[in-house]
Ligand binder design. Structure first.
Ligand SMILES: C[S@@+](CC[C@H](N)C(=O)[O-])C[C@H]1O[C@@H](n2cnc3c(N)ncnc32)[C@H](O)[C@@H]1O
Length: 210
């Protein structure tokens, strides 16, 4: 059976994300390794993930893709793709090409399995790479669920995407870039404390400075 992480509160998630960032090893990485959707063997990571894996809720994935206003020729990159749920949803629902990138071999394995079971290998590529070493200039849609400071580190590359490219971030803003849209989503119905409430941010290249 497919392993699913236990439900997690939003505040615990934030604490975990920041703890992971604070504790990360500042080792330098080699050139990124690439794994196509075909061979399921993933390599050991060159460095630790900058942030732990916490999956985006399915209804939030749907909203992120809706906010991206996807067109037929779009190429979506999910930077830190976890189990591949966003790239698989983009391919299934919109029939577009999508690339999921993660540094963690366990996530690569899960993503490849997700791609396989959903029969979207003709549309989805999964790469094992460090997103900070990655060339993603072909992306017309980028999805993020990282940390505010990681979003900021990606800004120089995001700013060079084609005009009109959309960037959608779950939960975290990007200091210095004024979002075009901010959406607050209600918590999931089984969440009594409201901690699963989500805020989504959208920027369109070139964005307005903040
Ligand atoms: C919070 S999870 C988001 C997963 C997925 N995008 C989603 O929304 O469900 C962040 C992911 O980023 C990955 N990650 C962290 N640092 C990374 C790096 N430098 N390069 C590539 N992936 C990284 C982690 O392994 C993790 O799977």
């Amino acid at each position: 059976m497919k392993r699913r992480p236990a439900p997690i509160s939003r505040s615990l998630l934030a604490a975990m994300l920041f703890a992971a960032l604070a504790g990360r090893i500042l080792a330098q990485t080699n050139a990124p390794k690439t794994t196509s959707a075909a061979p399921p063997e993933a390599s050991a990571p060159a460095k630790k993930p900058d942030v732990v894996f916490v999956p985006t809720r399915p209804e939030v994935v749907d909203k992120m893709l809706e906010m991206a206003e996807i067109r037929t020729n779009d190429i979506l990159y999910d930077l830190g793709c976890g189990d591949g749920r966003i790239v698989v949803a983009a391919a299934r629902k919109y029939g577009i090409k999508a690339v999921g990138v993660d540094i963690d071999p366990a996530r690569i394995k899960e993503s490849l399995e997700n791609v396989r079971t959903n029969n979207v290998a003709h549309l989805v590529t999964i790469k094992q790479a460090d997103i900070f070493e990655l060339d993603f200039h072909e992306a017309t849609v980028v999805t993020l669920y990282l940390l505010p400071e990681l979003n900021v580190r990606l800004m120089p590359k995001l700013a060079k995407l084609k005009p009109g490219a959309r960037i959608i971030s779950d939960e975290f803003d990007m200091k210095g870039a004024k979002p075009k849209e901010v959406v607050h989503l209600d918590p999931s119905p089984d969440d009594d404390n409201g901690e699963s409430q989500s805020t989504l941010y959208k920027w369109v290249v070139p964005w307005e400075p903040e």
